[in-house]
Design a binder for this molecule. Structure first.
Ligand SMILES: CC(C)(COP(=O)(O)OP(=O)(O)OC[C@H]1O[C@@H](n2cnc3c(N)ncnc32)[C@H](O)[C@@H]1OP(=O)(O)O)[C@@H](O)C(=O)NCCC(=O)NCCS
Length: 162
């Protein structure tokens, strides 16, 4: 799937995540997550039949990956494994486009619902998910441990698809 769209400033395409993208998405993931996944871990996930994802590429600029999402669909239950947009490309609608691509795929596959887990202090992600009609279904206290010993809770969110 190639879905061209123009954000406020730049032009992007949304494409299927491929095995070849593992190193580039691992680099992007490292920018934001205290426990980054390696290129090998991403490659292993992408190889799984139940796992799929999308990348947003900036048109021109060697089509560099500006954001990606990885999801898993097992029988009819889906989960977001991770989603990230490079800092320089945030608030241009990429997070929303990537999540919409996953939702379209899941509708086509007749999935029943989509689950995700998010740090309760992650304001941008919470705003994105609430905007996409996810609702909280559980809260896990002291779930994420941060450098220096602090910890924050996780929210489990769900979006029904039928
Ligand atoms: C969460 C994340 C993926 C959002 O990506 P993005 O491309 O900036 O999001 P979008 O531009 O598509 O924003 C869609 C909507 O989400 C909300 N939103 C996104 N960022 C926000 C912010 N910083 N503050 C408030 N609302 C925000 C807004 O409602 C926004 O719509 P609007 O711009 O029309 O107001 C991005 O901030 C990111 O990569 N964060 C680091 C990784 C991460 O936390 N991933 C989630 C782990 S669960």
């Amino acid at each position: 799937m190639r879905l061209p769209f123009v954000s406020r400033r730049r032009e992007y395409i949304i494409e299927r995540l491929r095995r070849d993208d593992a190193a580039e998405v691992a680099r992007l993931h490292r920018e934001d997550f205290s426990r980054p996944w390696s290129a090998a871990e991403f490659g292993g996930l992408i190889d799984q039949a139940t796992v799929f994802g999308f990348v947003a590429r900036e048109v021109g600029h060697r089509h560099a990956i500006a954001g990606f999402v990885l999801a898993r669909l097992a029988v009819d239950e889906a989960e977001i494994l991770t989603v990230a947009v490079a800092r320089a490309h945030r608030r241009e609608g990429l997070g929303r486009e990537l999540m919409d691509a996953v939702l379209r795929q899941l509708h086509a596959d007749r999935a029943s619902h989509l689950i995700l887990e998010v740090d309760e202090t992650n304001t941008p992600a919470l705003a994105l998910y609430r905007r996409l009609a996810f609702r909280e279904i559980a809260r896990r206290r002291n779930y994420y441990e941060h450098a220096g010993g602090a910890s924050t809770g996780a929210l489990v969110m769900r979006r029904d698809l039928r």
